[in-house]
Design a protein around this ligand. Structure first.
Ligand code: ADP
Length: 201
């Protein structure tokens, strides 16, 4: 390990609060998680669009832009999933510390992964958003055709089959995508978050 004192940049870089002020927002990490097909991508994209319309600045970190680049060396074993989450959490921390609203969309199937992400990002900035839908519903939706492939034995370590998904104990917000439309879930997310992200009066 390289000692932290070799990187004393925190004292010389622009402060987070100056950047938040410039952007007119208070930064947070919204960590969306749930089974494949539960609605994470749909809601992350819609939320980002909504934030943009409200004049706020955000980034989305998801499987497409992270697993295809930064984490392309990682697979879906428990160890690799853990390293995947660790790197995403570190990336999210860099963004939030620079005043950017950060929307993360990853299955994050275990409580210990969510705990690790919370510890890395920091309690004050980390908002756990559970996209809740049963395995059966996600299998029926099969947005990306992954359930069909997994049922045919073509995917190893598929979440909900050989690799389990642990129900969360106390998320900040639960979006039940079986009972709500995407528009309703988005409204619920924006309603809950606006008081946290808009600059305080
Ligand atoms: P994930 O990113 O979790 O794998 P997707 O967002 O790609 O899931 O797919 C979710 C599917 O469920 C989409 O077809 C979406 O239209 C549908 N859906 C139904 N209700 C909701 C809801 N309330 N929120 C998000 N998606 C929903």
């Amino acid at each position: 390990m390289i000692p932290a004192e070799l990187y004393p940049t925190t004292d010389v870089l622009m402060s987070r609060s100056a950047k938040e002020e410039r952007l007119g927002q208070r930064a947070k990490v919204f960590w969306l998680y749930g089974l494949s097909g539960s609605g994470k991508t749909t809601l992350a994209a819609a939320f980002e669009r909504r934030l943009h319309e409200e004049g706020l600045f955000s980034v989305v970190l998801d499987g497409d832009n992270v697993r295809s680049g930064l984490n392309k060396d990682l697979g879906f074993s428990d160890e690799d999933r853990s390293e995947n989450i660790r790197r995403i959490a570190e990336a999210a921390k860099l963004f939030v510390e620079n005043g950017v609203l950060t929307i993360v969309s990853f299955i994050t199937p275990r409580e210990r992964f969510r705990r690790m992400a919370r510890e890395i990002v920091g309690e004050n900035d980390f908002l756990e958003v559970y996209a809740k839908a049963s395995y059966e519903t996600c299998e029926k939706r099969d947005v990306k055709g992954l359930y069909a492939k997994a049922n045919a034995g073509k995917i190893r370590d598929f979440t909900g089959q050989q690799s389990n998904f642990e129900e969360p104990s106390a998320p900040w917000l639960v979006l039940d995508t079986e009972v709500s439309t995407p528009e309703e879930s988005l409204e619920q997310l924006w309603e809950s978050s606006q008081k946290l992200v808009l600059p305080s009066a």
